[in-house]
Design a protein around this ligand. Structure first.
Ligand SMILES: [Zn+2]
Length: 162
């Protein structure tokens, strides 16, 4: 249990990540396929990502940033957004259930992959918040500019359970 987050139903994507890397190193997948962070994802990683002490598995540079995306019906318009750890700590008592996906992005070579996800929330079902206009509405168009782990959320969940 780290950083005050009450995580449950954690899914580890390291097998899938390793398979992707092995395919890349075998030549079965091209760098263009594996290292395909689009400009939006890179910008988000640069400005909102948390620095890590890990080296990139592809280019070996220490340029890995972690981004945390939240998804859930109860989040309403906030589903699909990037949140910091301190925001997540607040959100876990404000919402019944939502899933946090942690994605790693290399600023150097554009490698990106989901690494784990978990559920947060206090278990009390709530209606999504009333829609209000926020600055992020002008910035984020989920499923459009974001390389969307969102779109593939169902598939990712299944992969994590293999
Ligand atoms: Zn890299």
């Amino acid at each position: 249990m780290s950083s005050g987050l009450n995580r449950r139903d954690e899914i580890d994507y390291s097998l899938d990540r390793r398979a992707t890397l092995q395919a890349l190193f075998r030549g079965a997948a091209s760098a263009a396929e594996a290292c395909d962070a689009d400009p939006y994802l890179k910008r988000a990683a640069k400005h909102h990502g948390e620095q890590t002490k890990r080296d990139c598995p592809v280019c070996r540079k220490r340029e890995i940033r972690e981004l945390r995306y939240v998804f859930g019906d109860q989040l309403g318009q906030y589903s699909g957004r990037i949140k910091s750890i301190s925001e997540l700590i607040e959100m876990q008592s404000q919402y019944g259930e939502f899933r946090v996906y942690t994605v790693e992005v290399c600023l150097e070579c554009d490698w990106n992959h989901i690494i784990y996800s978990f559920l947060l929330g206090d278990g009390k079902t709530r209606k999504p918040p009333r829609k209000v206009h926020t600055l992020e509405d002008d910035d984020i168009q989920p499923g459009n500019k974001v390389k969307s782990w969102h779109i593939h959320e169902g598939i990712l969940r299944e992969q994590g359970r293999r």
